[in-house]
Design a protein around this ligand. Structure first.
Ligand code: SAH
Length: 267
């Protein structure tokens, strides 16, 4: 059953899942519709539409991350391809390729490229991802400005990304539209519940910190799948990596990190 589900195509317009009493499951067409697959999104994203300068600055960022130990070729390629400056306010664009988190409004931040790169490399080392040569079907909790979502689209077969703040959901939709990532579906809702209709996922990644990985994420993780999520430990935060196999779940805690909090419900 899971294999049938995982072969579902994503011709996807962006989806709005309204919360609470409002129209759950309603599909909202984007203002500028994403086009269905004429080309592979990975090809389409590559430097087209990005000025030479930004490509060069981005290349320097990638070289710095490489020097810090990020070695995964596919991740480096994705970081080279996605124009981070187009996901943040123009006033901050000069800092777009520094290894720093930046405000994206509504008290949220876009994560540091080194942390995002590290998390993606860890996800790619999961057993389903290694077997498939990519992240497979991905669930992202916390779309934020959409930057990490665009990276995930380079590395997976399809991406469901959930955001609980309406204004950020709208912003991400606008910012991702020019990239025409036809295998990305943005969902407005509470990511603590995951997104059951498309489960199971080979890769799950959370961009906000909770006390534990949410039970719904564990349930929606495929056998062989890997989840990575920041969690609180003592007064600090660490990256929890959970693998699921036929025997159950195994969790390992990695590096200390700093993420904004997961919140329940929607704003
Ligand atoms: N990956 C993002 C980082 C965004 S910061 C980027 O590249 O910009 C974390 C995001 O998680 C915020 O936008 C916040 O609103 C969102 N978030 C927090 N709790 C959430 C929840 N329960 N469901 C969905 N999104 C959530």
């Amino acid at each position: 059953m899971s294999e049938q589900r995982s072969s579902r195509r994503f011709p996807l317009p962006l989806e709005r899942v309204a919360s609470g009493s409002a129209r759950r499951g309603e599909v909202q067409r984007p203002q500028r519709p994403l086009q269905d697959a004429a080309h592979d999104a990975r090809v389409r994203l590559a430097p087209s539409g990005v000025g030479l300068d930004s490509a060069q600055v981005r290349e320097r960022m990638v070289q710095r991350l490489q020097a810090q130990g990020l070695r995964h070729e596919a991740v480096l390629r994705a970081l080279r391809a996605v124009p981070r400056h187009e996901f943040i306010d123009t006033a901050l664009a000069a800092q777009a390729y520094e290894d720093t988190s930046l405000p994206i409004g509504h008290e949220q931040t876009i994560s540091k490229p080194s942390v995002v790169g590290h998390m993606l490399a860890v996800l790619l080392a999961g057993s389903a991802a290694r077997a498939r040569g990519g992240l497979g079907k991905v669930l992202e909790i916390g779309t934020g400005c959409g930057y990490q979502c665009a990276l995930l689209a380079q590395l997976g077969d399809s991406v469901i990304s959930i955001e609980r703040i309406r204004a950020l959901f709208d912003k991400a939709r606008t910012q991702l539209a020019p990239l025409r990532l036809d295998r990305v579906r943005l969902v407005f809702g509470d990511g603590l519940r995951g997104h059951a209709p498309n489960a199971p996922y080979h890769s799950i990644i959370a961009a906000a910190v909770g006390d534990e990985p949410a039970p719904a994420w564990l349930e929606q993780l495929a056998i062989g799948g890997r989840l990575i999520a920041p969690v609180r430990r003592g007064g600090a935060q660490v990256l929890a990596v959970v693998d699921r196999d036929t025997a159950g779940y195994r969790r390992v805690d990695l590096d200390e990190v700093h993420f904004v909090p997961l919140k329940s419900g929607v704003d």
